[in-house]
Design a protein around this ligand. Structure first.
Ligand code: F6R
Length: 368
C-alpha cells in the first residue's frame, strides 16, 4: 500500500508529478480556452468580482499566499489572504462582489467551514479548492475546483499542497481570461509551463539522495531557519512547518528582507539556514536575496541554497547548493518546496519519529 516506501508521506511526495499532471488534466478546451467544469460561476459573476479574500489554515494557507501573487499579477484584482480562524473575528468587509476562496485539502476543517458560512451570510460568493469529493466545505460553497491529488494519508500535507497551487494558478488564469486582463497566447504559454512541471518535479525527486544526506547530517540540529522572497516566502514558511510537524524541531520561515529587522539576531555559528533563491529576472529580487544570504553567512550560518540551474552568482555564498529546474518565479514553489518536504521526511525518520502520525496532530481538524 505504500508502494515500497517506508511512509505514506514519502510515497505521496513521490506521487507529486502524477498528482500535478492529474490536476491539470482536461482544463483546456479544443479551442485552446481554459475551462473549469465544476466552477459554477457565470462569466457575469466573475466580471463582477472586485476583491478576492482567500481563507485557509496551515499548509493550505501557504498555498493561498502563493495564490495572491499569481491572482493579482494576472487579474489585477486585489487579494487578501487570511487565516480562517481569524477571519470572522475582524469583522471583514464583504459583499456580493467579493469572492471568497476557501482552500482545504480535507474539506472538513472547522475553522474554514465556519469562515465560509460567515462569508455566505454576508452575500459573498464562495469558491472551494478541495481535494475531497463531497466533503462539507465544497458542499456548502457556490463553486468548487477539485484538486486531483488522490487520497492524502500522511498527516503532513505534501501532494495536497502542490495540487492546491495548481488549482490556484488555474483559477487566476481563468479569471484573467474571463475579465480579459490577459490574452489567449499568454494564458497558453503559462499553461504550457504548468504542463512541464510534472517533469521538473520528477527531476527534483531524482536528486533526493543529496537532500537525504543533508538531512542525516543534521540530526544534532536544534533549530533551522528558512528564507524566501516573493513566491518563495510562503515556501520558506511551509518548509519550516513541515520540520515542526514531523521532526519536532524549532524552525522558522522569514521573508529575507525582514532579516535585518530582527531575526538576524538569532543567527549563530553553524545555524542551518535554508534559502529559497528566486530565479534571476529583470527585477532586483535575486540580488537582494544574495545580500541576505551573505549577511547570515558572515555571522556563521551554514547556508543551504535552493537555486535554479545555471545560477552561478549564488555559488560563492552557498555552503550547500541544491539545484532547481529553471522555471518562472510565480511557478517556482511547485519545485522549490519538494526538497524541503524530502528534508523534513528524512530528518524525522533519522530521529526515529513516526512520520505519518506525528504527535498531537490529526489529519483533519474538525474543532475550532
Ligand atoms: C500541514 C497540515 C495542516 C493542514 C491544515 C489545513 O502539513 O496538514 O497544516 O494544512 O490543517 O487542512 P485542510 O487543508 O484539510 O483544511
Amino acid at each position: 500500500e505504500k508502494d515500497g516506501h517506508d511512509w505514506f508521506m514519502r510515497k505521496e511526495i513521490f506521487e507529486q508529478p502524477r498528482a500535478v499532471a492529474d490536476s491539470l488534466l482536461g482544463r483546456r478546451s479544443t479551442s485552446g480556452l481554459l475551462q473549469l467544469d465544476e466552477m459554477r460561476l457565470s462569466d457575469d459573476e466573475i466580471r463582477d468580482i472586485d476583491k478576492i479574500i482567500i481563507i485557509a489554515a496551515g499548509t493550505s494557507f501557504y498555498a493561498g499566499m502563493v495564490a495572491k501573487y499569481a491572482i493579482e499579477h494576472w487579474t489585477r484584482i486585489p487579494v487578501e489572504v487570511e487565516l480562517s480562524s481569524e477571519f470572522r473575528y475582524r469583522d471583514p468587509i464583504l459583499d456580493h462582489s467579493t469572492l471568497v476562496v476557501a482552500i482545504s485539502q480535507s474539506g472538513e476543517t472547522a475553522d474554514t467551514l465556519q469562515a465560509i458560512r460567515h462569508a455566505r451570510s454576508q452575500r459573498s460568493k464562495v469558491l472551494a479548492i478541495c481535494n475531497t469529493n463531497g466533503s462539507t466545505i465544497p458542499r456548502e460553497s457556490d463553486a468548487v475546483i477539485y484538486t486531483h491529488a488522490g487520497p492524502e494519508i500522511g498527516v503532513a500535507s505534501t501532494k495536497g499542497f502542490l495540487t492546491q497551487l495548481v488549482a490556484c494558478y488555474l483559477l487566476a488564469l481563468y479569471v484573467a481570461q474571463v475579465k480579459g486582463t490577459r490574452f489567449g497566447d499568454e494564458i497558453e504559454e503559462v499553461m504550457s509551463q504548468l504542463e512541464a512541471m510534472p517533469d521538473h518535479i520528477a527531476t527534483v525527486l531524482a536528486g533526493a539522495e543529496q537532500v537525504y544526506d543533508l538531512a542525516r547530517a543534521h540530526t544534532g540540529t536544534r533549530s533551522v531557519l528558512f528564507l524566501g522572497r516573493h513566491a518563495g516566502y510562503p515556501v520558506a514558511l511551509e518548509g519550516a512547518l513541515k520540520l515542526k510537524e514531523i521532526a519536532y524541531l524549532h524552525a522558522e520561515g522569514f521573508a529575507a528582507g525582514e532579516l535585518k529587522h530582527g531575526p538576524i539576531a538569532l543567527v549563530e555559528q553553524g545555524l542551518p539556514v535554508l534559502c529559497v533563491v528566486p530565479p534571476r529576472g529583470r527585477d532586483q529580487l535575486h540580488e537582494k536575496m544574495i545580500s541576505g544570504i551573505q549577511e547570515v553567512r558572515a555571522r556563521g550560518a551554514q547556508t543551504i541554497c535552493l537555486a535554479e540551474e545555471g545560477d552561478t552568482r549564488i555559488e560563492p555564498y552557498a555552503d550547500v547548493l541544491i539545484r532547481l529546474p529553471k522555471v518562472p518565479v510565480l511557478l517556482q514553489p511547485l519545485v522549490a518546496v519538494v526538497p524541503l518536504q524530502l528534508f523534513a521526511c528524512e530528518l524525522a525518520t533519522a530521529l526515529g519519529h513516526d512520520v505519518d502520525q506525528p504527535r498531537n496532530l490529526a489529519k483533519s481538524v474538525t474543532v475550532e
